[in-house]
Write a protein that binds this ligand. Structure first.
Ligand code: NAP
Ligand code: G4F
Length: 331
């Protein structure tokens, strides 16, 4: 049975990757940082099939011990401070986790067992103020946030350890991917959850920032499949995963509201506090290399993605309401 270690397993991608690898027959080790409140919401359905272990990308000793103890075949480094606005407020922490954390893990692999295959979660945020359209593995980087800068470091240190020490280290340059498990602070989930609450009569307004930004949005389960495919190939390399389509925030909002029969103009309010010090105006990826070499492609359209997310949040609110109003047979 192959063994995979996942950092960031409590996050959106970590939980989907764990689902995927368990289905493939892997033994999955999930690295969780210590906190005063345990939050395994995204893992509840598979918790008894995982080994949950404590570790932190800020603490290299913990990473070395984990690799020595569990001897994984594959390491997926998904942990990061991943929210762009927070990176402007906490640029040093973002650099420690999202940039230097990659070196800590790579060097732990170099120290413990160089045969371990490594996946780094790089990001389309690295392209920032884009040098060409669409973006490929060869497009130069111009990051626009401390998060993007940290990811550029993580990307290049991954390549450097591959070239310097012969590690099987891959970097996936992933464009935005979403799901009902997305954090509530990211635009797509903020919109799907807000629309569901408005439809349920729990709120009337949804306060947003820049509606003109364009993103290449896909469905998260498609993207974790691509991570695994990179580590199964004969040679380590870097790949863009994207849909090849770009849409504005405004389009996302419009489809989400119209899906429940509402007009977004009646509910959306703009507040400049959600504007960023520097914005990434346009992202659209070219996944031709991943398609040609790995056989990867996305399976969920933009419109369908928005509907999946809104439907899931509507169902979640209905479930919460049922639980609140259901008679408690223990009283
Ligand atoms: P996410 O939901 O924000 O999850 C981030 C994970 O990192 C959480 O499990 C978090 O743990 C963990 N983490 C944060 N700091 C840590 C530390 N110091 N030590 C150990 N774990 C730590 O992110 P995601 O959307 O799943 O994304 C996964 C990865 O892909 C991230 O690296 C992200 O930057 C990158 N990426 C994402 C996208 C996208 O569209 N989703 C696109 C490109 C790249 P807690 O639960 O304890 O906070
Ligand atoms: O959903 P977002 O916060 O995602 P962003 O900044 O594109 O970053 C996500 O994707 C990256 C890949 O490209 C990942 F690397 C990163 O970890 C993260 O997963 O914002 C999307 C767009 C931005 O242009 C933002 O300005 O939506 C715009 N926006 C407009 N109003 C808003 C809001 N974003 C948020 N979070 N909240 C708003 O109210």
């Amino acid at each position: 049975m192959p063994k995979a270690l996942i950092t960031g397993i409590t996050g959106q991608d970590g939980s989907y990757l764990a689902d995927f690898l368990l289905d493939k027959g892997y033994e999955v080790i999930g690295v969780v940082r210590r906190s005063s409140t345990i939050n395994f919401d995204r893992l509840r359905h598979i918790q008894d099939r995982l080994a949950i272990v404590q570790g932190d990308l800020l603490d290299q000793v913990s990473l070395i011990h984990l690799l020595q103890e569990h001897q994984p075949d594959e390491v997926y480094n998904l942990a990061a401070q991943s929210f762009v606005p927070t990176s402007f407020n906490q640029p040093v922490l973002t650099g420690e986790v999202t940039a230097l954390g990659v070196t800590r893990m790579l060097d732990a692999i170099r120290t413990v067992d160089r045969r371990i295959r490594f996946y780094q979660a790089s990001s389309s945020e690295m392209f920032g103020k884009v040098a060409e359209v669409p973006q490929t593995e060869k497009t130069p980087f111009h990051p626009r946030s401390p998060y993007g800068v940290a990811k550029v470091y993580g990307h290049w240190i991954t390549i450097n350890y591959r070239e310097s020490y012969g590690l099987f280290a891959c970097s996936g340059i992933l464009f935005n991917h979403e799901s009902p498990r997305r954090g509530l602070e990211f635009l797509p989930r903020k919109v799907s959850y807000g629309v569901a609450r408005i439809k349920a009569g729990l709120q009337d307004k949804l306060v947003l920032g820049n509606l003109e930004a364009r993103r290449d949005w896909g469905y998260a389960p498609d993207y974790v499949r691509g991570m695994w495919m990179m580590l199964q190939h004969d040679h380590p390399d870097d790949y863009v995963l994207a849909t090849g389509e770009t849409h504005t925030v405004r389009e996302f909002v419009q489809i989400a509201f119209s899906h429940v029969g509402l007009d977004w103009n009646d509910h959306v309010v703009i507040d400049p506090k959600y504007y960023r010090p520097a914005e990434v105006d346009l992202l659209v990826g070219n996944p031709a290399k991943a398609r040609a070499i790995l056989g990867w492609q996305h399976s969920v359209s933009f419109e369908r993605l928005v509907q999946i997310m809104v439907d899931a949040d509507l169902a979640m609110l209905q479930e919460a309401e049922i639980q609140r109003t259901a008679p408690n047979i223990n009283w």
